[in-house]
Structures are given as C-alpha cells and as structure tokens.
Design a protein around this ligand. Sequence first.
Ligand SMILES: NC(=O)c1ccc[n+]([C@@H]2O[C@H](COP(=O)([O-])OP(=O)(O)OC[C@H]3O[C@@H](n4cnc5c(N)ncnc54)[C@H](OP(=O)(O)O)[C@@H]3O)[C@@H](O)[C@H]2O)c1
Length: 240
Amino acid sequence: MLPLSSYCSPKMHRPLVGLKWAQTIDGQMADDQNRSKWISGNEELIYTHQTRSQYDGVCVGASTFLADLSKLTVRNIPIANDFTQPIRVIFDPRNRVDYEDKKLSNVLNESVRPSIIMQTRSSSYSKSSQLFVLNIKESLEKDLGMVRLHQCFENIFHRQLRALMIEGGAKTIALFLEKNLVDMAHISIAPMITGGKKNRIYLNKLLSDAYQFNFIRQFNKGADTVVELVRQQKEEYSER
Ligand SMILES: NC(=O)c1ccc[n+]([C@@H]2O[C@H](COP(=O)([O-])OP(=O)(O)OC[C@H]3O[C@@H](n4cnc5c(N)ncnc54)[C@H](OP(=O)(O)O)[C@@H]3O)[C@@H](O)[C@H]2O)c1
C-alpha cells in the first residue's frame, strides 16, 4: 500500500478516514447472533495490525466496543521501541460506554496511549487514564439525531490525528459514508456465506448514486481476499 500521506490533502481540514472491515462473500460483518470472531484467518489478522500501524487513530462504534472490548492496539507484528500506538476512538452518541464501570475502565486504562470517547455528555479529560470524553451533543442534528462529524473531527484534528481508521461495525461505517467522510477502504472477504439480515452495511442507495471507489490493489491473505480502494472524487463521477 502507498503511504497514507500520499492520499492526505490539507484542503480536507480533517483526518484522512479509512474504513477497514472483514466480511463474508455475501457481505455479513458478523452473523445474526452478532458473532464476528473469526470471519477472517490469522494471516488477515496480521494485515489488520499492519494497517492499524499506519493510522494515528482507530475508531469503533459503541456496540463493537461493548461486544468485543476492543483494544485497538497494534500487536502481532514486530514494532519499534519508539512506536506510538494509535489513539483509540469510540463513537458513542448514546453514552452507552460507562467509563466509570470497573470492567470498562480497566480496558480503557490498560494501555499508555490516549482514548477518545465521542459522547453526548460533558467533555472531560483524565490525565491519569489519558481518557478524553469529547462532547458531541451540540453537533447532533436535531431532526435526524446524527452527529455532525466534520465539526467533531476538527476538534480531534487539532490533536494531531491525521489519519483515522474506522474498524466497524456496520452502523458506524454507514454513518461515515453518509456523512461523506470516507477516503479509503481496506476490505477483507472470507470465502464463506452465512446469509443474514443484521451486521451488513445498510444504505439503500441506487446504483446511480452508489458510493464509488477506485481500485488500488488486491491480494490474498491465507484464504481471504483483501481489496484496497480509494474513494472517487466528486468530479470523477460527474465526468461519467
Ligand atoms: N467484521 C468486522 O470487520 C467487524 C468489525 C467491527 C465490528 N463487527 C461486529 O459488528 C457488530 C456491531 O456493529 P453495529 O453495526 O451493531 O454497531 P457499531 O457500528 O459498532 O456501533 C454503532 C454505534 O453508533 C451509534 N449510531 C450509529 N448510527 C447512528 C446514528 N445515525 N445516530 C446516532 N447514533 C448512531 C449506535 O447507537 P445505538 O447503539 O443506539 O444503535 C451505536 O452506539 C458486533 O457484532 C461486532 O463484533 C464486525
């Protein structure tokens, strides 16, 4: 993969955003009982950690964090002593992550890098745990209850978050696409079919207004196929 910086533009005024997920051939990111371990194999897991290492922050939705207690660290690959782990970002507009709950605070405090939780309650910062709660209440659009993510990102951007990877789940990925905040995608496809109605990206777009991507490269990791893509710029699809 090319260095991510080659896809960054100062005109964006926000971090570069890359999506990363693993799915079955038929597009399920977990089965209908919300089990996603493990869609992909060990070799693909190493690729996930290599990809994380290129980003400054790794973000998951609250449901994923609560289901998986995701560490979101780079591990399983060799890392230099001075390597800086990505910031953990949890998108939690309904304040479901109770960071004072002992089990969760243990997970949040177990690493030395900061965590940001995007919630709709007052902002706070705990120096000892490096936990930053970012109040996104004012950026909620009243009619839809959606987060105005551009504004939110601007806050984070001043914290030197130049590239943010969104690792799922499907609801969070759909929201970032809808907000037109996606620049790249790393998608792993496992050779299996589960069927199912949940845990797939629900957008209800027509082919004529689908989110379009340009192909960067494709390769195999064990039995899984990885596809890397870059989002087409608006001018590109208006030319067609
Ligand atoms: N295969 C993979 O690569 C992969 C990666 C990550 C996760 N997963 C799996 O995916 C499942 C969880 O995914 P998920 O899609 O249910 O949830 P999610 O994306 O992890 O979390 C969604 C969070 O964002 C909130 N949210 C989403 N859209 C919103 C909107 N428009 N307005 C306000 N709030 C919004 C949700 O609120 P509510 O809680 O109120 O809905 C929830 O707190 C888990 O089973 C996990 O294991 C798979």
